[in-house]
Design a protein around this ligand. Structure first.
Ligand code: ATP
Ligand code: MG
Length: 362
């Protein structure tokens, strides 16, 4: 579900969001206690190295800075755009193992499943009353789905931005790490929060029921899959976090490159070669230009050898840890149950605030 950013966010508002994000990063470094983050993933398949470099590693970084986070396993979102749930349980279990293996600490980050938090889902009803049909149809993800999917739009898909607002607001998160394509979604969440308070708000406007959530924008790399299109769970072109070294080597060996044996970093002109250079650079903590220069005339073979070594070395500890974790599924489910219990406490308290504001506190 990607969209053309130029359609949705003007340069001026993007610059403003980037400045705001830089300011928030400075505040976090001084005092992380004022921030609460919501992030999440759809358990539609196995998490891959694109997820790792594009978002998971940033979550671990923020956790390391001391920010409290809620991490949503968005199981209800699996059925937005497909008829069945697929290997849902297995995907959730693997997701849990991936999170812990990369360093998510359940003591600091509440990991929970959407479907197990009834009060969160109950927020969707009052929020739906604060949103119009045309606002939903203007939302980039919904618009994209309308334009590109050959499926009829479900009511669930149409109201996706409202569910997302409930995910963010149930825990009163005030910070959401996003890519720039997600800015319009967050704007709708802020509108819903504002409208709720305008319509039912507390007597003291300085104490709104819901915070205004900020985007935390960062320049994240977008990794392509081994076929040259965006690495995506549903495309079968991924290197999963949990794949073993041999499978990884085989996949990288089959990756698309081009006829020029001189390696350079030029994502526009040479997307496949540049993607491999970028992947090696991310693993090695170096710049892609530097990696390309060192490879020089090493050709596709030399490039793939370096990428394979770099990926396998970087993820070896993660893979070992996740194998250990998966040996005890009971412990992993236990962590989810604890997270669900904590999320339910928070959601129940928020729903109580909401019902009080709406005079439904019988
Ligand atoms: P699906 O095929 O079900 O859409 P996906 O693999 O595309 O799955 P999403 O769940 O759509 O993954 O992506 C969640 C988030 O993970 C994105 O918003 C983005 O931050 C990050 N992400 C996903 N794919 C990549 C990628 N190839 N490179 C970098 N980041 C990625
Ligand atoms: Mg996707």
């Amino acid at each position: 579900m990607t969209i053309d950013i130029a359609e949705t966010t003007s340069d001026a508002s993007l610059t403003k969001s980037l400045e705001r994000s830089a300011e928030i990063e400075r505040q976090i470094a001084v005092d992380p206690s004022g921030f609460r983050i919501l992030t999440g993933d759809r358990p539609t398949g196995r998490l891959h190295i694109g997820h790792y470099f594009g978002s998971l590693s940033n979550r671990v970084r923020l956790q390391g800075l001391g920010v409290t986070s809620f991490l949503l396993i968005a199981d209800y979102q699996v059925i937005y755009d497909r008829d069945g749930v697929g290997e849902l349980k297995d995907n959730v279990l693997n997701c849990l193992a991936d999170y812990l293996a990369i360093g998510i600490d359940p003591a600091q980050t509440t990991i929970f499943a959407h479907s197990n938090v009834p009060a969160l889902n109950q927020l969707v009803l009052p929020f739906l009353a604060l949103t119009t049909d045309s606002e939903l149809r203007r939302n980039p993800t919904v618009k994209d789905e309308l334009a590109s999917s050959n499926r009829p739009m479900s009511g669930l898909m149409l109201t996706f931005p409202v569910h997302q607002a409930a995910d963010i607001l149930f825990c009163k998160a005030n910070l959401v790490p996003v890519g720039k394509d997600q800015l319009p979604h967050l704007e709708l969440t802020r509108q819903i929060a504002r409208r709720f308070d305008e319509r039912y708000g507390r007597a003291n406007p300085k104490q709104p029921v819901f915070p205004q959530a900020d985007a935390l924008l960062s320049e994240v790399p977008l990794l392509l899959g081994m076929d040259g299109s965006k690495m995506s769970k549903s495309k079968g072109n991924t290197i999963e976090l949990g794949m073993d070294a041999d499978t990884t080597a085989k996949l990288i060996k089959r990756a698309k490159t081009d006829a020029d044996s001189h390696i350079s970093y030029d994502p526009e002109a040479r997307p496949e070669v540049s993607n491999l250079v970028l992947l090696a650079a991310l693993c090695l903590g170096r710049s892609p230009e530097d990696v390309a220069e060192e490879l020089g005339d090493a050709g596709g073979g030399g490039l793939k050898k370096l990428v394979t070594e770099a990926v396998n070395e970087t993820f070896a500890p993660v893979r070992a840890r996740r194998t250990e974790l998966l040996a005890d599924p009971g412990a992993l489910w236990g962590i989810l149950h604890e997270g669900n219990a904590r999320a339910n406490e928070v959601a129940d308290a928020t729903l109580k605030d909401v019902l009080t504001a709406m005079k439904m506190d019988y």
